[in-house]
Design a protein. Structure first.
Length: 243
């Protein structure tokens, strides 16, 4: 399922920003917390401004690439320039349109759960911009990791970014983690929606995990954690290889 026009908060913010209009985005959590997102401009940044942990992870991308949650195409464009064959996918029609306008050659409207063998085989699956979170939950993570294992070559890898949600001392977040655990969810499994003007996405689960939790999620899926590039402040990137 992809977003309908009234649901496409991400995409409409990106399109407005692309056209030089003022744009912003709000993230609403299911406990009532509302906060600004990083802003649509974050989807348009150039590699020189990326955090070091993202630059380090980028060097481990090889071969044919699937870019999941491509946004405005910032990563796909860099990889195309480096000579990679890239297939980019996003649940947001506005993001897909933005990526096309910016020059991404193969970009499709598709959610992470729709990724399948019809796309072919890949050497690297990239999930930048904290997009490890798109796995959503413990159960769905394991299911998708096994699917990704079948979609990748013998030397296949996943290069992803995540955020350790426990590197905080804010009571509103610590309380939310505990609330999740009482409900049988992982501490960093947040339920959110994005809002922009009169557009709002459906509620969706987004999974934030520590390095230790990620290692546990990989067990039994055919994948292992090969490299971790840590910012020391919560965000980090990983290279995940096949067993």
């Amino acid at each position: 399922m992809v977003y309908s026009p009234d649901q496409d908060a991400h995409g409409q913010a990106m399109l407005d920003f692309l056209e030089g209009k003022e744009a912003f985005e709000l993230i609403e959590r299911d406990d009532g917390m509302i906060a600004p997102s990083g802003g649509p401009e974050a989807y348009f940044t150039e590699p020189d401004s990326w955090a070091q942990y993202a630059k380090d992870a980028l060097e481990h991308v090889h071969g044919r690439v699937l870019d999941i949650g491509c946004g405005a195409g910032r990563l796909s464009l860099v990889l195309q320039e480096r000579g990679h064959d890239v297939v980019a996918v996003d649940i947001s029609p506005g993001a897909v349109e933005t990526s096309k306008r910016r020059g991404v050659r193969d970009v499709r409207e598709m959610s992470v759960t729709q990724v399948g063998p019809d796309l072919g085989t890949f050497d690297t699956i990239v999930m930048f911009g904290n997009n490890f979170g798109l796995f959503g939950s413990e159960k769905r993570t394991r299911w998708l990791l096994r699917r990704f294992h079948r979609l990748t070559t013998d030397s296949g890898r996943i290069v992803a970014e995540s955020l350790n949600p426990y590197q905080t001392d804010e009571e509103i977040h610590l309380g939310y983690h505990e609330r999740n655990r009482r409900r049988g969810r992982m501490g960093g499994q947040i339920r959110v929606r994005a809002r922009y003007k009169n557009h709002r996405t459906p509620w969706f689960d987004y999974l934030l995990v520590s390095e230790e939790e990620m290692r546990g999620l990989l067990e039994g899926t055919g994948w292992r954690l090969e490299h971790v590039f840590d910012s020391g402040e919560g965000p980090y990137s990983v290279v995940i290889g096949k067993n």
